[in-house]
Design a protein around this ligand. Structure first.
Ligand code: GRF
Length: 193
């Protein structure tokens, strides 16, 4: 898939809910010459998300919408994205499920990162389920977002080996450090770079 790319970077929003370590890696990437995107706004459903501090530190606009009334929040969000001329959305630890209507408005322009080798282990508590099933490998996936949870077309995956004494914590850490490399690579791939 090719998104428009001239010499200008594609104006992108990142949606977060928590720590924002993927946001941080995307901000760093966006500032390099290799990046086809610029991050113009960070959106969070949670005013306490630590990741909002990265937006502040890098002087990126940020917006908190509580999503208690999903329809209302999404409509507000759509107008904010429009005003800011946003053309692409990267979900990075965003814990709300976007409606089909919202996704339609950004068809093929929303990416997500998930800490498993999709289509295995969609949804929450992936590491726990992976370890309970005594898997030998896990990993992370960047995929397009469609209206079914963690089910859109896969862009890139990275596999990691699970060690004998792996814990949920160690596996999460191991995978997260791969996520930080995978997301920028997947974005380059989307732009055919
Ligand atoms: C990551 O593991 C991501 O795959 C998942 O949520 C986590 C977010 O971590 N969707 P962070 O907020 O980017 O540090």
């Amino acid at each position: 898939m090719v998104l428009s790319i001239g010499h200008k970077k594609t104006r992108t929003a990142v949606f977060i809910s928590g720590t924002g370590s993927n946001l941080k890696s995307l901000i760093k990437f966006s500032k390099t010459n290799k990046s086809p995107i610029s991050i113009e706004i960070v959106v969070s459903n949670n005013s306490k998300a630590k990741g909002l501090n990265y937006a502040k530190r890098f002087k990126i606009k940020n917006k908190v919408l509580n999503f208690k009334n999903k329809n209302l929040s999404e409509n507000k969000l759509l107008s904010i994205l429009k005003i800011n001329n946003i053309k692409m959305i990267c979900l990075a630890g965003f814990m709300k499920i976007l409606s089909g209507n919202f996704i339609k408005r950004f068809k093929g322009k929303i990416l997500n990162i998930h800490p498993s080798l999709l289509p295995k282990y969609k949804g929450l508590n992936t590491h726990k389920r992976v370890l309970n099933n005594r898997e030998k490998y896990s990993g992370c996936t960047v995929h397009f977002v469609n209206s079914r949870l963690d089910s859109g077309k896969i862009i890139l995956q990275k596999k990691v080996k699970i060690s004998k004494k792996e814990t949920e914590f160690s596996l999460a850490k191991k995978i997260l450090s791969q996520e930080h490399k995978l997301y920028p690579k997947a974005i380059q791939k989307v732009f055919n770079l």
